[in-house]
Ligand binder design. Structure first.
Ligand code: ASP
Length: 362
């Protein structure tokens, strides 16, 4: 009798220890999510965006639409192949973004938009959901693939973020591809800057007043901002990663840096929740800490990825006055593309190799 009482007591002690270990690691809310999380949707998955904005079918020629779709497909397939063969989500994210950075179609790398000073200043960031390591670079003018710089900053330096000429020196030291700033010149982006400047000249107001600030970001200008690229992926080892790369916003001034290189705003990844890449009006995405907020809503409030993304993109951002979208994948391989703009270039591939490409609201 005594023996069986002792045995029962021992079992009670062991089970409470187990519970404590779980709750030291995850909060009580997390324990619930962990229960949901056992339902794997995809063993691995990848989702990308090529920017959100006023992308309307009526403004698009069939040729342009086809060009975007084919580049999105080419890019996502690079990441998919890496994941399929057991590669890491970090590699998939980086290599997928490289394809879009090398294309003039997107506002990243080769197709970066112009600043008011007629230069191209590029921002990027990447995050590893397993270790919560992250790397970011801002305002570089000579690094061909800023996402590669973000990755070496994460993996080879003791820092998280580098900016300007210092970041360029580091890129050179690390043997990354360095280009003449002219490499980023594209007629289309330069013309976009010219149009914005003309509009501004006809409307001249000092930039430091609230109304001028709004003027600076009027709907016409916003038409020129889409095209940032990003990727979120889950690999076969259950590791999440996300990355974002951009030229920022057309006509940006004074070393302006948007959300893309800000960890928690433009990019976030955490194996306990999700991986997110943002695109949109950077000032608002920084203030709303969009990518981290989605992860936090999942981790601390038990929301699903879809619910969390909807809350931030359809409620929080518009209430502040901003616009844009995100792509994300959670630890179960559920993929979500959420945007409050007319369109967002996007694509997904699941573990069965099924490809889904979208541009407009469906
Ligand atoms: N978020 C970027 C920025 O504000 C722009 C974009 O996503 O299109 O720099």
């Amino acid at each position: 009798m005594r023996k069986s009482i002792l045995l029962i007591l021992l079992l009670v002690v062991i089970s409470s220890c187990k519970k404590n270990t779980q709750s030291n690691y995850d909060s009580d809310v997390d324990s619930d999510i962990t229960t949901n999380a056992t339902k794997k949707v995809n063993e691995f998955a990848i989702i990308i965006h090529g920017g959100a904005g006023t992308i309307l079918k009526e403004n698009m020629t069939p040729e342009t639409e086809a060009a975007y779709k084919s580049k999105l497909e080419e890019a996502i397939k690079v990441g998919y192949e890496i994941l399929k063969h057991g590669g890491s989500s970090l590699d998939a994210v980086q290599k997928t973004i490289n394809v879009m950075e090398d294309s003039p179609l997107f506002n990243a790398g080769k197709g970066a938009v112009f600043t008011n000073a007629e230069t191209n200043e590029l921002d990027a960031s990447i995050m590893d959901g397993k270790t919560l390591n992250a790397g970011a670079s801002a305002g570089t003018k000579t690094v061909r693939n800023p996402i590669n710089l973000a990755r070496v900053i994460m993996e080879k330096s003791p820092h998280v973020m580098m900016a300007g000429t210092g970041a360029e020196t580091y890129a050179k030291e690390q043997g990354l591809s360095i280009v003449d700033p002219d490499y980023f010149f594209t007629e289309r982006r330069f013309n976009a800057l010219k149009r914005v400047k003309e509009k501004e000249a006809n409307n001249a107001k000092p930039i430091d007043t609230e109304s001028a600030y709004l003027e600076f970001y009027d709907s016409d200008i916003k038409n020129y901002k889409f095209g940032t690229v990003g990727c979120a992926a889950l690999d076969k080892n259950g590791n999440l990663a996300a990355g974002t790369s951009t030229g920022g916003m057309t006509n940006k001034r004074y070393g302006r840096v948007g959300d893309a290189p800000i960890i928690g705003a433009g990019t976030y990844a955490n194996n306990n929740s999700c991986a997110v890449s943002s695109t949109g009006w950077g000032e608002y995405f920084i203030r709303a800490m969009v990518a981290y907020d989605i992860s936090a809503l999942m981790q601390y409030k038990g929301l699903t990825l879809q619910e969390a993304a909807r809350e931030v993109i359809q409620k929080k951002i518009p209430e502040l006055g901003g616009d844009g979208g995100i792509v994300a994948v959670d630890k179960n391989g559920t993929m979500v593309a959420e945007f409050n703009t007319a369109g967002m270039y996007r694509a997904t591939m699941n573990d069965k190799g099924e490809l889904d490409i979208g541009i407009y609201k469906e």
